[in-house]
Design a protein around this ligand. Sequence first.
Ligand SMILES: NC(=O)c1ccc[n+]([C@@H]2O[C@H](COP(=O)([O-])OP(=O)(O)OC[C@H]3O[C@@H](n4cnc5c(N)ncnc54)[C@H](OP(=O)(O)O)[C@@H]3O)[C@@H](O)[C@H]2O)c1
Length: 338
Amino acid sequence: MKSVAVVGASGAVGDVMIRMLQERKFPVGAIKFLASERSTGKSVTFAGESFSIEPLSPRAFEGVDLVLSSTPASVSKQYSPIAARAGAVVVDNSSAFRMDPDVPLVVPEVNPHDVAKHKGIIANPNCSTIQMVVALKPLHDAFRVRRVVVSTYQSVSGAGQKGLYELQMQTLAYVTGQPSPEPVKFAHPIAFNCVPQIDEFLANGYTKEEMKMVNETRKIMGDDAIDVCPTCVRVPVLYSHSESILVETEGPITPEAAREAWSHAPGLVVVDDPQACQYPLPASAADRDEVFVGRIRQDLNRPNALLFWCVSDNLRKGAATNAVQIAEELLKLDPVGA
Ligand SMILES: NC(=O)c1ccc[n+]([C@@H]2O[C@H](COP(=O)([O-])OP(=O)(O)OC[C@H]3O[C@@H](n4cnc5c(N)ncnc54)[C@H](OP(=O)(O)O)[C@@H]3O)[C@@H](O)[C@H]2O)c1
């Protein structure tokens, strides 16, 4: 049994993390819930018991074996090393350590062995990257992926509780004929709109979110020769990110061969019956752990290219489920401590 701390327990990811620990029956001994002072005293129910959220502080990690952290990157940068020095293993959902060469970046369906290389911190990848690499890995193993052109349709819950609130309030104002609240979390109104900006722009014209997809894909797949060409878009959907993906492989690839590769893939479900209007949808993927793919079709001009549509719940597989799966991999390394 592990002594666990859930950091960022009041957040969108933290909330699902608490559910995932219970749903997956993670062997929890003691547990505590931490967030900022804004949430101190708020109550959380875990395994039928009520707990108060405590303020995050360096002393909060004493006696803790496993920290599941879902705070802004600046907070993680400060506290995750403190937790690791106190003897805990931190699974961190933020971007703080993802590209640190000393920190494994893990999607258990792709590179579970990297967990063993940790030095106290393991990073959970960006949500859009996680679902894409779960779909790409079987194709990479069978056909060697060389280039990926991806456009995302990312839900507002990807921007946390405040993102959800902003879409709900703007929608409410619209349907009740009230003036729309000013955008805070997003650069423009998100209700009834699409915003081709997630996070800040960099000097190269891409956003930070887009460059996360480029760099994290290479690190997780262990192949710096994979080119990723991303466009990340925020859409007025509450839960689940969708992605339109064009994948180019070294040799020829067909929809049938891709389906065959995907048929053995862990955590992936093919939903692809266009005549019956069956394909992955964010509304159907919400509250599910799998990555769903469909609309599988050959590139019209290239025998080594394939298009598909990929959907997954960003708070579950894109964050909390993946983090608890990493913790389960840790347990396999340390079964006695379990
Ligand atoms: N949302 C997603 O789909 C997703 C997916 C993958 C990764 N992530 C990453 O996961 C992290 C959390 O995201 P989220 O969507 O859950 O955001 P969120 O809903 O805004 O939650 C943020 C959490 O961090 C806590 N926090 C903020 N400042 C703090 C401080 N100074 N000290 C202690 N705790 C503090 C908040 O506590 P208070 O409520 O007390 O402020 C809250 O519990 C982010 O790094 C995000 O990039 C998110």
